[in-house]
Design a protein around this ligand. Structure first.
Ligand SMILES: N[C@@H](CCC(=O)N[C@@H](CS)C(=O)NCC(=O)O)C(=O)O
Length: 340
């Protein structure tokens, strides 16, 4: 051990970091040279990623990509959306067709290892549920014995349905479609008794049905679906950038930084706020990006709570409670690692 390191270890003091600026890795270089982020997006999941009536792509996943574009390029509008079906999404990321996949994708061990992906940070804790017609008089999932259940292929939902049926000794008939739109239409046209996917997507699908009140989501949640933006293996710097952008939005909520007050917050004496907003420290340059990375992201999309409320919360057509997606300080699971 060199002497300064030994002294530092003995006296337990932090050594200054010498390399203050990281050089750009392959994905960051590619994003910079094309001056746009390519984001793998959902064909249409209200609240997560869907075109609005003005043709603007909206949702929590959409805003996550905007935040990354703001952090990296200083402009949240520099995103190109590539719409991907459930089947196509992982190959599109693996092959480099997209820089990031922000599309209701569950973090599983197989995807994280064999499929060559890295999940950055959970932006929504979900779980699989069932949508049924009220007229069917089904109250609980176990009442679905003998039912035909619509499900989309290339999702975690197919295996979860089989696992649930097996472990609860319930016989069901899965009806599998490649495109979510087909699954939805099959449900609407009465070809199946229930539609199963992530419960929050079901809430979005329900809200967009002709008469939402005629349908209900059963109270049973049969799986854990931690949804996270993913990047491909092999570019640690890019992995860090996407991960820390998600953390920055969560940390901003915890620190009380909002889209509206972020400019005043630049003058805050709070060291954690100063570091996050790039007033102190080199936290952006340590990832090869601007020191105002988090400021730019928050200014563009707001903090995590604002993103949640706008896209999915009580005031939105989806109407979800924060639940487990609340901050850890309020009993939820949202816990950002510290920027320091
Ligand atoms: N979180 C689950 C499911 C997410 C998902 O992609 N759900 C389907 C069913 S709602 C979907 O969005 N499909 C769109 C499509 O393939 O058109 C996963 O990662 O597999």
């Amino acid at each position: 051990m060199r002497l300064p390191a030994l002294t530092a270890a003995l006296f337990c003091v932090a050594l200054p970091a010498f390399a203050q600026t990281a050089s750009p890795g392959p994905t960051l270089s590619a994003v910079r040279s094309r001056d746009a982020l390519i984001c793998g997006a959902h064909p249409g999941a209200p609240g997560f990623g869907v075109l609005d009536s003005q043709g603007i792509y909206r949702g929590l996943d959409a805003d996550t990509c905007r935040a990354v574009a703001a952090a990296v390029l200083g402009d949240a509008n520099k995103v190109r959306w590539v719409v991907l079906s459930s089947q196509a999404r992982l190959p599109a990321l693996q092959s480099g067709q997209v820089d990031v996949l922000s599309r209701t994708t569950t973090w599983t061990q197989t995807r994280d290892t064999a499929n060559g992906l890295n999940f950055t940070a959970v932006n929504f804790y979900d779980g699989q549920g069932f949508l049924v017609r009220r007229s069917a008089n089904v109250q609980r999932a176990r009442d679905l014995a003998g039912a035909t259940i619509c499900v989309t292929s290339g999702t975690t939902n197919e295996l979860n349905l089989a696992d649930w049926a097996r472990s609860n000794n319930v016989q069901v008939q899965p009806l599998v479609f490649d495109q979510n739109e087909e699954t939805r239409n099959a449900y609407i046209n009465g070809r199946c008794d229930a539609f199963t996917t992530d419960a929050s997507q079901l809430a979005g699908i329900r809200s967009a049905l002709r008469v939402p009140e005629e349908h209900m989501i059963l109270p049973d949640i049969i799986s854990k679906e931690p949804l996270a933006p993913a990047v491909r293996h092999g570019d640690d710097q890019w992995f860090d950038i996407v991960r820390w952008t998600v953390y920055a939005l969560i940390e901003a909520e915890e620190l009380g930084i909002t889209q509206a007050n972020v400019d005043q917050m630049l003058a805050s004496p709070n060291p954690a706020i100063r570091r996050l907003l790039g007033v102190a420290g080199d936290h952006g340059p340590l990832m090869g990006i601007d020191r105002r990375w988090a400021y730019n992201a928050i200014k563009a999309v707001g903090n995590y709570g604002e993103m949640f409320e706008r896209n999915l919360g009580r005031g939105s057509p989806i109407g979800l409670p924060r639940g487990v997606n609340d901050l850890w300080t309020r009993g939820g699971l949202m816990y950002a690692m510290p920027v320091r």
